[in-house]
Design a protein around this ligand. Structure first.
Ligand code: HMG
Ligand code: MG
Length: 302
């Protein structure tokens, strides 16, 4: 007997943020807006639009305010953004962002390189961000990068991830998002991760953010579903990477997730044709083929 599967899985489309942040050539703001507008019509419930971070650190996303101002918000879609500190929150509030994501890591070295803070300092920085966000009824996701491994420190203990999750939950975040930043995990790593993390938060209150560097992300997603996780991040066409994680490639491709889950009888609400259409817009803008396998197999313009 195959294991029972949930009927519905929630996907957050992170292509416009995690996907684009690593692109060297500046993608015109109008192309980003066209991409997000097409994603908005695909049935995806949440889109991570951009980041309110230092434009010196992540030049590609320096137009976050313009992107928010230009996009057409579809009913029922949550538009979110990354926010590292109060200055980022100010930018997000000015753009009427409905949900923010603060971000830290389970690795000190990665966190220092990414946001120039220790883990403890970053969590201290989030406290006033959380209180202001709550005062504006803005939902808060909290990413923990390097949930399985760090590009600088190697394997990360699941207990270290659980410890950071507990500190973030104590601050009052709404959602824990576990980042498999460099795409090394196999399903057994997901078992070990959730064995520790389940002690502090129900798997169903977490989101899993998988990068597909070694082609193992879909296998990890399926294992996480068996554990009780029902929320995942994915990026259109497998766009992506992290400028502070050398060698990390794109997120798990949204089309690969939608295709596989649909065939297994699970619904995401996402129309495969439309999400492929959105990917074609950004593929044209970046001027090179996107790596997503279902995207490449099913795109009429491949
Ligand atoms: P810092 O240098 O420690 O900050 O950077 P600071 O407070 O000393 O300020 C330095 C300068 O940055 C000042 O400007 C500030 O005004 C400015 P100056 O006076 O020199 O002209 N500044 C800002 N500008 C715009 N927006 C802000 C902001 N804050 C300060 N919010 C900081 C700290 C966090 C800002 C910096 O390190 C940074 O922006 N890092 C970028 C981090 C990033 O975006 N990383 C990629 C996303 S994380 C990721 O991809 C992982 C994930 O996908 C999950 C996974 O895969 O694991 C989420
Ligand atoms: Mg990422």
């Amino acid at each position: 007997m195959p294991p029972a599967v949930p009927s519905r899985i929630r996907i957050t489309e992170v292509g416009p943020r995690d996907g684009l942040q690593n692109e060297r050539q500046t993608v015109p703001t109008a192309d980003k807006i066209a991409f997000i507008n097409a994603l908005s019509l695909s049935g995806v419930p949440e889109i991570e639009v951009s980041s309110f971070v230092s434009a010196r650190q992540v030049p590609q996303l320096g137009d976050a305010s313009e992107v928010f101002a230009g996009l057409t918000r579809a009913r029922g879609v949550v538009y979110s953004a990354l926010v590292p500190n109060l200055k980022g929150l100010e930018g997000a509030l000015a753009c009427r962002v409905e949900k923010i994501a603060v971000f830290t890591a389970a690795s000190e070295t990665f966190n220092r390189r990414n946001i120039n803070a220790t883990i403890a300092e970053s969590i201290d920085r989030f406290a006033p961000v959380l209180s202001r966000a709550k005062a504006h009824a803005i939902a808060v996701r909290a990413y923990i990068s390097c949930a399985v491994a760090c590009p600088y420190e190697g394997p990360i203990q699941p207990s270290a991830v659980a410890d950071v999750a507990q500190r973030l939950l104590d601050l009052g975040v709404d959602e824990i998002d576990l980042g498999e930043t460099i795409g090394v995990a196999a399903p057994t790593d997901i078992d070990r991760l959730y064995e520790a993390v389940s002690a502090v938060v129900e798997p169903s209150r977490t989101t899993l953010h998988l990068h597909d560097t070694r082609g193992t992300a879909l296998a990890c997603l399926l294992r996480a579903i068996e554990i009780g996780v029902t929320s995942f991040d994915a990026s259109s066409g497998g766009l992506g990477g992290c400028p502070f994680a050398p060698g990390a490639s794109g997120n798990l491709a949204t089309e690969d997730v939608v295709y596989c889950l649909n065939r297994m009888g699970m619904e995401t609400g996402i129309d495969l044709r439309r999400i492929i259409g959105a990917g074609e817009i950004i593929q044209r803008a970046i001027g090179r083929p996107l790596p997503g396998r279902v995207f490449r197999a099913e795109s009429p313009n491949r």
